[in-house]
Ligand binder design. Structure first.
Ligand code: ADP
Ligand code: ZN
Ligand code: ZN
Length: 749
């Protein structure tokens, strides 16, 4: 039916046959697209990892070459030619490309979307891979003959030759500035064959071993950890540094990084979304003479591209970034550090749901370099891994410097009177610490004024029309606000159903702020949460006022607890420990313990001893008891045992298939069909549990459901998903729902 060659039919397809490239494109389709090589393209330019422009329907898309093929299954008459190969080299080196292919496979996510996640926005739009300069230099002829051959009156030409002879390869700007020779001069020399141009990446600077300077002398525990990790450079190993807050983990990272830099290598440091604080950057900058690149979500496209390029060409010796920095190319990778490895922000919660911590391990393995996971409260996954590989758990059991560990105590909310959520013993303790010139930190993981607006007369409460949730009462113009879908309603004083006066029930940070102002009128306070810190620079300004001692009482959410140092805080109060005690999510207790220990860790970091009070209605709860008696380690040991007995991760592997639809029941029906298909595939050892409505069944007007897949090991789960996912795409109901797959989910909703 059509003519044209069929490359694969030829005995030697590489001889003269059009080369075919399999290209990954940014589409949700789980497949590669075959193209002919662009006309006149050198075969070596078809390397995997290169970016390429291709025609797609009537559009032009940017893709990445994944494979070179001798033949295609596509009808040769329909095979289109790619338009243009970008860049003189691949965007992804073979190791990174392999990691990304493996990730797409592991998370069952379309490779094109995975590769695009790994590229900065500017590169997805076609910007050049490397920041390049055009350098001018003398040719052999130019060096030996130009000055004899050029007439004396050609002063500009001679000046340019003399300059290039003395200075070596230079930019046109330099030649113009130093020798007064403009572009026309250089072109004339080019025509005569005296000079030539070359493209060049800015050369990386050499870094001396003293690239990390200053810092306190390490204590014995730190020294031991640093020695172990230094010896580990150059080989893969996954190390867990478990060090209580303030034990000097950052000091350890800095010293090990120094050793990697001295070997001529680069260091990649991953930090949680909220942990990339100006404080952390300042600390690295102050201590490291080596050039750094910072990557986070707040960068402009241009800034991000510049940071990415300097990591790739090796100019940046230390690369600090949040989640997606795990994909940054490195010219000479030497070590990866994942700080606060337990933090949930390492898991992407939509689209390509990868875990940057897990990919950091996979990446380090491929590079043959160590990866260091650090935390005061390691995830149970990482603890279990460290227990399996003996010798990889490195402890820093004590606080560095003089700081002593804080004392933890429970305050029984059932026994003590309280003023708007602050129990009397807590009030007294606050007064005591303020009198002794300490600062006080109040932690409450609930923003807004009150979580519920309630009518005491008829029992009505304000609910979100689009979610199965209460509207949160906010002060000021924001009125009633849904924290799940951002629906907003004006605040009213009277019940819409019986006209009685309504009242806010429970406490959020805004209400605590109001209470504090009343109880401690003389103590300046600051509230730190997403609502109060919206403006750029506001958080930094507030942190400065806290450091200067202008603020005595700090009220805040998680935002306050991560990555910040408050040396003068002597009292920390956890206002409500009970939110995580009775959750349906099997990870809730782990999160709660981590939060309590992390918040407590803010107290007494300097010379002053700290005190931590935890308000609860359940002082006998085993989680709290264990945590108070034996610290995080005791909690973790118990929690791991429970997970083992109940076959939850890390002693099993799970994936969550989620679906949502605007009409009720559709999501459940889709998952029923998925269940049916999954059962038919009958992969041994994999259990399919559900489907069940999501814990919050309706959210933002959509009905949600989920199906849990559970297996003793990843292999079985992978086998089932590899077969099931393509089937899901063909289910008739797939068009009526939004569905997504979450491998190793961190949140069970
Ligand atoms: P972490 O990262 O474990 O919370 P940091 O590295 O931030 O701990 O150290 C906590 C504080 O202790 C910092 O102020 C740091 O400068 C100080 N510190 C760390 N190591 C030492 C040491 N060996 N001697 C004295 N002070 C130290
Ligand atoms: Zn009412
Ligand atoms: Zn809502």
């Amino acid at each position: 039916m059509n003519s044209g060659t069929v490359p694969g039919d030829r005995p030697d397809a590489s001889l003269g046959a059009p080369h075919i490239i399999a290209v990954a494109l940014d589409t949700p389709l789980r497949r590669l697209f075959d193209y002919r090589a662009p006309p006149g393209c050198e075969p070596h330019a078809l390397e995997p990892g290169r970016r390429v422009w291709v025609p797609f329907g009537r559009r032009r898309l940017l893709g990445v070459i994944v494979e070179r093929r001798a033949s295609s299954e596509v009808d040769p008459g329909k095979l289109r030619s790619a338009l243009e190969i970008l860049d003189p080299e691949p965007a992804f080196d073979p190791v990174l490309l392999e990691l990304l292919r493996w990730s797409a496979d592991y998370y069952h996510h379309p490779l094109g979307e995975v590769l695009m996640t790994a590229l900065p926005g500017a590169l997805r739009k076609g910007a050049a891979l490397a920041a390049e300069e055009i350098l001018w230099q003398l040719t052999e002829t130019g060096r030996s003959k130009a000055l004899q051959a050029l007439p004396q009156r050609a002063t500009r030409l001679r000046a340019a030759v003399e300059f290039l002879g003395a200075a070596g390869p230079s930019t046109a700007e330099a030649v113009l500035g130093q020798a007064g020779a403009d572009g026309a001069t250089l072109r004339k020399l080019l025509e005569k064959g005296y000079v030539e141009r070359r493209r060049s990446a800015p050369a990386p600077e050499a870094v001396s071993p003293a690239a990390v300077r200053g810092g306190p002398p390490l204590n014995d525990a730190q020294r031991a950890v640093v020695d172990t990790l230094r010896k580990a450079l150059g080989t893969f190993g996954c190390w867990l540094v478990q060090g209580v807050t303030g034990s000097g983990k950052t000091e350890v990272y800095l010293n090990v990084i120094a050793a990697a830099l001295a070997r001529g290598e680069q260091a990649l440091v991953l930090v949680p979304e909220i942990g990339l604080t100006p404080q952390l950057i300042a600390r690295f900058a102050e201590r490291c003479a080596a050039p750094m690149a910072i990557l986070h979500s707040g960068l402009s496209d241009g800034e991000r591209l510049a940071a990415w390029r300097s990591a790739r060409c090796g100019a940046a010796r230390i690369v600090i970034g949040t989640r997606s920095a795990v994909f940054v190319p490195l010219a000479r990778p030497g070590i990866i550090v994942v700080d606060e490895e337990h933090d949930t922000s390492y898991k992407q919660q939509d689209g390509f749901r990868y875990s940057a911590r897990d990919l950091a391990i996979a990446r380090a393995q491929r590079h043959g370099i160590p990866v260091v996971l650090g935390s005061a409260t390691p995830s149970l996954e990482s603890l279990a891994r460290a227990q399996r590989q003996s010798g990889t758990l490195l402890r820093l059991p004590q606080r560095a410097a003089a700081a002593r560990p804080p004392r933890l105590e429970l305050v029984d909310l059932r026994k003590h009177a309280d003023t708007q959520g602050i129990a009397t013993p807590v009030m007294l303790a606050m007064q005591r610490h303020l009198d002794a010139d300490g600062q006080v930190l109040l932690f409450l993981n609930r923003r807004g004024y009150a979580p519920v607006l309630f009518c005491p007369s008829c029992g009505w409460s304000a609910r979100c029309p689009r979610c199965d949730a209460h509207l949160t009462v906010h002060r000021g113009s924001r009125g009633l606000l849904c924290h799940h879908c951002a629906t907003q309603q004006p605040l009213h004083e009277h019940c819409p159903s019986c006209s009685a006066a309504v009242k806010p029930v429970g406490q959020g940070t805004e209400r605590i702020e109001e209470t504090i102002a009343r109880l401690f009128p003389k103590a300046p306070y600051a509230r730190i949460d997403r609502d109060s810190m919206r403006r750029k620079g506001e958080l930094e300004a507030t942190l400065r006022r806290i450091a200067a001692g202008d603020i005595r009482i700090l009220i805040g959410t998680q935002m306050l607890t991560k990555g910040h140092h408050f040396p003068n805080v002597t009292l920390v109060v956890v206002l409500n420990a009970d939110q995580g005690l009775f959750s349906t999510d099997f990870r809730a207790s782990e999160r709660l313990a981590q939060t309590i220990v992390q918040v407590a860790g803010r107290a007494g970091r300097a010379e002053r001893p700290g005190e931590v009070l935890i308000q609860t209605e359940y002082p006998q709860h085993p989680l709290l008891v264990r945590l108070l008696q034996g610290g995080y380690e005791a909690f973790a040991a118990g929690a791991l045992e429970e997970r083992r007995e109940s076959h939850w991760p890390p002693f099993a592997r799970i994936a969550l298939l989620r679906a949502e639809a605007t009409a009720p029941a559709i999501a459940m029906q889709f998952l029923q069909a998925a269940l049916h298909e999954g059962r038919r595939l009958a992969v041994p050892d994999v259990q399919l549990l559900g489907p069940a409505p999501a814990p919050m069944e309706r959210r933002a007007g959509r009905h949600r459901a989920q199906l849990l897949l559970h297996a003793p090991a990843h292999g079985a789960l992978r086998r089932l998903l590899a077969a099931l996912v393509p089937v899901l795409e063909t289910l008739p109901l797939a068009k009526r729902v939004r569905w997504s797959l979450d491998v190793d989910p961190q949140e069970m909703f």
